[in-house]
Ligand binder design. Sequence first.
Ligand SMILES: *[C@@H]1O[C@H](CO)[C@@H](O)[C@H](O)[C@H]1NC(C)=O
Ligand SMILES: *[C@@H]1O[C@H](CO)[C@@H](O)[C@H](O)[C@H]1NC(C)=O
Ligand SMILES: *[C@@H]1O[C@H](CO)[C@@H](O)[C@H](O)[C@H]1NC(C)=O
Ligand SMILES: *[C@@H]1O[C@H](CO)[C@@H](O)[C@H](O)[C@H]1NC(C)=O
Length: 311
Amino acid sequence: MTTTMNFFQAFGYFVSFAVLLSYFGVSSLKDIRISVPVAVQRGERAILQCQYDLEGDPLYTVKWYKSEREFFRYAPKEKPPYKYFKLPEHKLVEKYCNATQIVFDNVSMAVAGLYSCEISLDEPSFFTDVRSGVLKVVEVPQSEPLIVGVKKRYRQGDVVKADCISRNSWPAVNLTWYLNDRPVHISHLKIHKPHNSTEGLVSAKLGLRMLITEQLFSRERLKIRCVASMYTVYYRSCEKSIEMEKRRPPTYRTTTTTEFPWIEPPPEKYPHTTLVLAPSTKNDKSSHSSCNRWLLTVLVVKTIVGLYSQR
Ligand SMILES: *[C@@H]1O[C@H](CO)[C@@H](O)[C@H](O)[C@H]1NC(C)=O
Ligand SMILES: *[C@@H]1O[C@H](CO)[C@@H](O)[C@H](O)[C@H]1NC(C)=O
Ligand SMILES: *[C@@H]1O[C@H](CO)[C@@H](O)[C@H](O)[C@H]1NC(C)=O
Ligand SMILES: *[C@@H]1O[C@H](CO)[C@@H](O)[C@H](O)[C@H]1NC(C)=O
């Protein structure tokens, strides 16, 4: 009986001890922060960092993984403390790598992926924690975005049919249209799928379909802008200004009536004008017909009365 009690007591102590350990372990490693750039341009340098606060606990290892594969290990107690495991197509710059950072040079598309940094503490806790981040490798467009199909002048009621094109990037850039610096509502956009072009690159295209109304213009001008962007690494815009071509007020307004005597015709010359121009509406028609019915009734009554009076 006493042995079982002792066993349970021992087990209880062990559990509390483990809970306490892991509690302190967590508390001393809760500050691991991985910093992986969202996107790096192909051919450039990528710096990945892993910051941690050990709060006085001894560090056992810092390990870096690409997906599940370990490619770097720092173990201060070992000789040598740094170990590198080759990843094909990754140019790890060993002289810049240390306990908190990893550097790749001349990154290729193959360098993109999921990176994890794992920190392990030494005894007594051996606590381990890991953080991950995704690195994208991009190819920015070599040329500026283009606006095609825009005329210089539009009239009220015309439709703008324009396209914004950004060629050869990976991935496709995000295109956005602005009219006088306001983003265009999605109902005026014609969305095209990215188009495959050479060497695994894609081209992006976004259409603008918009009815021209005077309200769009400010001082008879409308600024049309297209922005091509890619994460935080690329931002270019292209702008065109269009003019509202007004149907000018007829020129005779500025001239005298003697030159154009028909502007204010003398009313006596056209005595029937109002009669001719007055349109008959539905209401008029119905009142007409009810009037006719009334007239008919009067006639019938008159005839009957006449017939009776004749008798
Ligand atoms: C690693 O190198 C970077 C850049 O040289 C430096 O800022 C950082 O303090 C180094 N980290 C450690 C733990 O030495
Ligand atoms: C970068 O890597 C590419 C192959 O991925 C190679 O063709 C090029 O010469 C390299 N550039 C430099 C500066 O090392
Ligand atoms: C474009 O390329 C991708 C792979 O990069 C492929 O999956 C897709 O089918 C291609 N689309 C067309 C229309 O060729
Ligand atoms: C495009 O925009 C969306 C929404 O803002 C964003 O999630 C995405 O990362 C952007 N893509 C690129 C290539 O910039």
